[in-house]
Design a protein around this ligand. Structure first.
Ligand SMILES: Cc1cc2nc3c(=O)[nH]c(=O)nc-3n(C[C@H](O)[C@H](O)[C@H](O)COP(=O)(O)OP(=O)(O)OC[C@H]3O[C@@H](n4cnc5c(N)ncnc54)[C@H](O)[C@@H]3O)c2cc1C
Length: 391
């Protein structure tokens, strides 16, 4: 490849990309190129990663980089997680579910877990022995999370969980799952609680299908079923029942920022590979880069991606060094950057002509993988609702 995705835009290095963040990004890139990329076709075909890759990622410092060292992490911040998820987008192994494990699941345990819970779960998440998932969505409740029906009823010092979840990322591999439940259905959102289920040997827990998706084929996305699943009451996250909705609202900004980060990384890769392609491919006796339409299209995409990158860097700066990213700006990052990613990938596919529609060309897979970014993590319509409320 001529142009490197991480250099294609020429945006100044932000303050949060400290030397150790840059080093981690380089290390993650090397790891993904050496250990994941050569097998990626196979993961796409089998629609799941090999579990051993997770453990290898743990050994190489790619799991729980932002968790404190006392819990087996590397003591970093979201900037370190961003380095890893950007490496994933730049290398093009977008179905590797470690970003969700690292910067969505682990933070719930860090922020709301008791000392005992943190000591029990986080070190194993850092090695890959435990793979994390978060199960919010149900067949009847996606955007409207208040409609969650999965119930957790107290029975002595246990909860008895009943219900089903769907579209759960890492759903086949995960063995530590945070479940959004209703501990008191009469209270609506205030009756919502997050409960951790360790699935190994757990009676009443069943995985459904590994769902057949349009893209992100290498990620296992599943249905999950809970039938009289008994877990100790000490698996509740938080000091009392009913805190789940507030916990979700507090953590969703980072999830949304992360989707924005992967969106801009993938857009940069699309521009890099397309710039290379149009220099090679000839039509009417010249390279297609020589047509003014190609130049103008790529000029527009590079400009918009630059705006996107500057905005993302600003959001990370606020999140890491500025006291926290507010939910409205996080929603803007998720919606606008994922829309931009889809536009850029679509235009780049067009510049590939028929080859862009062939699965053997990376841009084809990027086209399929990009689409869901506008849907999960809260749809872009829901993001606009959240932004509009601030007006
Ligand atoms: C590949 C993949 C991975 C996923 N991973 C996870 C995961 O790990 N964990 C998890 O819990 N969930 C996960 N999800 C689920 C995802 O978060 C939901 O699909 C998403 O929140 C939308 O919910 P829904 O599918 O029920 O759509 P619906 O809520 O049924 O929405 C359908 C349409 O209606 C629109 N809509 C809904 N309400 C409004 C409104 N008030 N105003 C305007 N428009 C509205 C939506 O924007 C959408 O266009 C994943 C989904 C996919 C596809």
């Amino acid at each position: 490849m001529g142009l490197r995705p991480d250099e294609v835009l020429g945006v100044a290095k932000p303050d949060w990309k400290t030397d150790d963040v840059v080093m981690l990004e380089e290390m993650a890139t090397k790891f993904l190129e050496a250990e994941v990329l050569p097998h990626y076709e196979r993961f796409e075909k089998q629609e799941i990663f090999d579990r051993s890759i997770w453990e290898l990622a743990g050994e190489n410092g790619l799991l729980c980089a932002s968790m404190p060292e006392e819990y087996g992490g590397a003591g970093g911040t979201y900037a370190h997680e961003s380095a890893i998820l950007e490496a994933i987008g730049h290398v093009g192994v977008d179905g590797f579910g470690i970003a969700l494990h690292n910067s969505i699941v682990a933070p719930y345990i860090l922020h709301y877990g008791s000392q005992e819970q943190k000591q029990k779960w986080l070190p194993k998440m850092a090695t890959g022995e435990l793979i994390g998932a978060i199960a919010m969505t149900e067949p009847g409740a996606g955007s409207d999370l208040q409609g969650v029906k999965t119930s957790a009823k107290r029975d002595g010092n246990h909860y008895v969980i009943n219900g089903s979840k769907t579209f759960i990322t890492n759903g086949q591999l995960a063995n530590l799952i945070i479940i959004v439940t209703k501990t008191d259905p009469s209270l609506g959102a205030k009756g919502t609680s997050l409960i951790v289920v360790e699935t190994d040997g757990q009676e009443g827990f069943e995985r459904g299908r590994n769902l057949d998706k349009v893209g992100l084929k290498s990620n296992d996305t599943s249905e999950l079923f809970f039938n009289e699943v008994r877990v100790p009451t000490s698996n509740l996250l938080g000091t009392e029942e009913g805190q789940g909705f507030v916990q979700l609202m507090q953590q969703l900004p980072q999830e949304r920022l992360q989707i924005g980060g992967s969106a801009i990384a993938m857009a940069e890769r699309a521009i890099a590979i397309t710039s290379d392609y149009v220099k090679e491919r000839k039509a009417f006796g010249k390279a297609i880069i020589e047509f003014q339409n190609t130049q103008f299209k790529l000029a527009e995409l590079k400009t918009e991606a630059t705006i996107g990158r500057v905005f993302y860097n600003h959001c990370v700066e606020r999140h890491v060094n500025g006291g926290g990213l507010d939910p409205v700006t996080a929603s803007m990052a998720k919606y606008w950057l994922s829309d931009l990613q889809n536009k850029i990938v679509d235009e780049c596919l067009q510049l590939h002509g028929g080859y862009g529609y062939m699965n053997e060309f990376p841009i084809a897979r990027m086209f399929r993988d990009a689409r869901v970014q506008r849907i999960y993590g809260g749809t872009n319509e829901i993001m606009k609702l959240l932004i509009a409320r601030s007006l």
